[in-house]
Design a protein around this ligand. Structure first.
Ligand SMILES: [Zn+2]
Length: 155
């Protein structure tokens, strides 16, 4: 096993000993650790306080960029859909993980598996239904506005 993944697992173990969930993450670029994180749900009222997201947030603050192209995430457990999306948005290029979704589920941490399954359904049929409501006549459209602003910026 890779040393970076070993580090992520060590972070997860330390976190459990401190009362947290068994998740640690290490973000790496060109063989160097850029940032680390552990699941902080036991110390903060912040549902986004997942190991991977905190590592991403720290790296972006430190480097003053949203672009983490070329980085690799080492996560002690299979990332949840929120962290997976954040890694995609940030440009993280690969993820190595150890514990599977099934293993997490077997110890009572099964929400990620439920959400991944739910994402296979149509938006309005999900456990958390997403319902589209269209703009009413005369309302300004933020998407079109953004496109107009962007065109102006390109001139
Ligand atoms: Zn997550």
């Amino acid at each position: 096993m890779d040393n970076f993944l070993k580090k992520a697992i060590e972070l997860a173990i330390e976190n459990v000993k401190e009362g947290g969930q068994p998740f640690g993450a290490v973000l790496v670029k060109d063989g160097e650790v850029i940032a680390e994180g552990v699941n902080e749900l036991h110390i903060k009222h912040d549902i986004s306080g997942h190991a991977e997201l905190l590592a991403i947030r720290r790296a972006q603050e430190q480097l003053q960029t949203n672009d983490l192209t070329g980085m690799t995430m080492y996560a002690s457990g299979f990332p949840c859909p929120m962290c997976f999306a954040a890694m995609n948005f940030a440009g993280v290029e690969r993820v190595y993980y150890c514990a599977s979704l099934e293993e997490a589920k077997s110890v009572g941490l099964g929400k990620s598996a439920v959400i991944y399954e739910d994402l296979q359904k149509q938006p309005e049929e999900r456990l958390l239904p997403m319902v589209c409501m269209e703009l009413e006549e005369g309302m300004e459209n933020p998407m079109r506005l953004w496109k107009e602003f962007n065109k102006k910026n390109l001139l």
